[in-house]
Design a protein around this ligand. Sequence first.
Ligand SMILES: NC(=O)C1=CN([C@@H]2O[C@H](COP(=O)(O)OP(=O)(O)OC[C@H]3O[C@@H](n4cnc5c(N)ncnc54)[C@H](OP(=O)(O)O)[C@@H]3O)[C@@H](O)[C@H]2O)C=CC1
Ligand SMILES: CC(C)=CCC[C@@H](C)[C@H]1CC=C2C3=C(CC[C@@]21C)[C@@]1(C)CC[C@H](O)C(C)(C)[C@@H]1CC3
Length: 417
Amino acid sequence: MAPQSSQAPLEFGGPLGAAVLLLLLPATMIHLLLVARSGPARLLGPPPYLPGLEALWSPRALLLLLGWLGLQAALYLLPARQVAEGQELKDKSRLRYPINGFQALVLTALLVVLGLAAGLPLRALPDMLLPLAFAATLTAFVFSLLLYLKAQAAPASALAPGGKSGNPIYDFFLGRELNPRIYSFDFKYFCELRPGLIGWVLINLALLLQEAELRGSPSLAMWLVNGFQLLYVADALWNEEAVLTTMDITHDGFGFMLAFGDLAWVPFTYSLQAQFLLHHPQPLGLPMASAICLLNAVGYYIFRGANSQKNTFRKNPSDPRVADLETIPTATGRRLLVSGWWGMVRHPNYLGDLLMALAWSLPCGLSHLLPYFYIIYFTALLVHREARDERQCLQKYGRAWLEYCRRVPHRIVPYVY
Ligand SMILES: NC(=O)C1=CN([C@@H]2O[C@H](COP(=O)(O)OP(=O)(O)OC[C@H]3O[C@@H](n4cnc5c(N)ncnc54)[C@H](OP(=O)(O)O)[C@@H]3O)[C@@H](O)[C@H]2O)C=CC1
Ligand SMILES: CC(C)=CCC[C@@H](C)[C@H]1CC=C2C3=C(CC[C@@]21C)[C@@]1(C)CC[C@H](O)C(C)(C)[C@@H]1CC3
C-alpha cells in the first residue's frame, strides 16, 4: 500500500515510537499491578517478581472479561432516552449515537447489588487483576487487528487524518478508521465510555469491600478515592453527549492506542490508588480530608464548566447559556470562544482534570510515589495532547487560531503555562 500524500505529520515518534508504545504500555500496566501489592511499592524500582505465563493467563479471567464486554454491549443496545448527532463528517453527514450510558451504569449497579445479595464473590476480584489485565490486553490486541482489517475495506473518507500513513505498525497503533461501526453499533464510542470506565469503578468497589473484610471497615482514604472516581465516571456518563466533541471521537482513529487505553489501561491503572490503599493503609484526618474534597470540587467545577460550555457552543452557538460569550470568527464558518472558561486558558478542561487528579492521589499520603503515577502520567498525556490539538487547530483555523493564541496566551495554567 503506497503512503498517501495528504498524510498528516506522524505523531508519537512515528512507526518506531508506535512499536515501542505497543510493548511499553502493557508492560507498564503489569508493572504497576505487581508493584501496588508489593511491600515497598516502589514505582521506579524493579517489579517484585517477573510473573510467568501461569500467573498471567487464565481462561476464567478471559471468560469473565468477555462476559463483561457482552453485558455492556447488551446495555448499549437497550432503547436510549435520546439519540444525539455527532459533529459533521468529511462527507457532510452526521452519525447518530444513543445516549444511555448513565442508564448502563445504573443497571450495572443494580445487577451488582442483586449479585452481592445472592453471594457474588466481588471481594475476589482484586486477586484476579493480573490475569484480567492480561486478558484485556489480548482482547484489545485482537480487536485492534480486526479493526485494522475492517478498515482495509473502508472508503478513504472514513479514515482518520492520522491513520493512513501506509505503515502497518503506525496505522495499527493509531487506528485507521475514524468511526468503525457494524450497523449502528459504534465501537469507539462504546469502548470510550462503558466497559473501561464502569469496570474501573467496579474494581474500586471490590478493593473497598476487600479492605472492609481485611480491616473491619474501609478507610477514609479509600472512601475518598472511591467517591471522587465514581463522581468522575458518573459525570462522564451523565454528560455522555459531550464526548462527541472530544479529540478522540472527532479526530483520532480507533486502533490499539484507544482500544487498549479504554479496555485495559483505564480500569487497571486508574484504580491504582485504591489498589495501593488496600495493601498500604494510610492515616487521614478530617481537616486534610476536607481540604482534599475542596480541591476535588474546584477541579470538578472547572472541568465540567469548561467541557459543557464548549459542547453547548459547538451544538448550538445561539444557546442562551453561551450566546453572550465573545468569539473569534474563522474561515471555516465555525467560531472560537474567547471569553468564559475558554478565555481563561486555551485548555481550561485540562486544568480542572489535573486538579482532580491531584485530589485522587493526596489521600494516599506522601510516603510513596506510586499513587502519584496517575498525575505524572496524566500531566505528560495532557501536555502532549494539548500540543497535538494546537497543531490541528492551527491547520484548521489558521490566522484565527493565531489570534486566539494572542488573546489567550496561556495553555493550561493561567500565567504559568
Ligand atoms: N482522564 C483521562 O484519562 C483523560 C481525560 N481527558 C479529558 O477529556 C476532555 C476532552 O479533551 P480533548 O478531547 O483532549 O480536548 P477538548 O475537549 O479540549 O477538545 C479540543 C477541541 O475543542 C475545540 N476548541 C478548542 N478551543 C476552542 C475554543 N476556544 N472555542 C471553541 N472550541 C474550541 C477544538 O475543536 P473544534 O473547533 O473542531 O470543535 C479542539 O480541537 C478534557 O476534559 C480532558 O481533560 C482527555 C484525555 C484523557
Ligand atoms: C497511555 C494510553 C493507553 C493512552 C490512551 C489514552 C486513553 C486512556 C485516554 C484518551 C482520552 C481519554 C478520555 C477519557 C478516558 C481516557 C482516554 C480514553 C474520558 C472518557 C474520561 C472521562 C471524561 O469525563 C471524558 C469523557 C472527558 C474523557 C474523554 C477522553
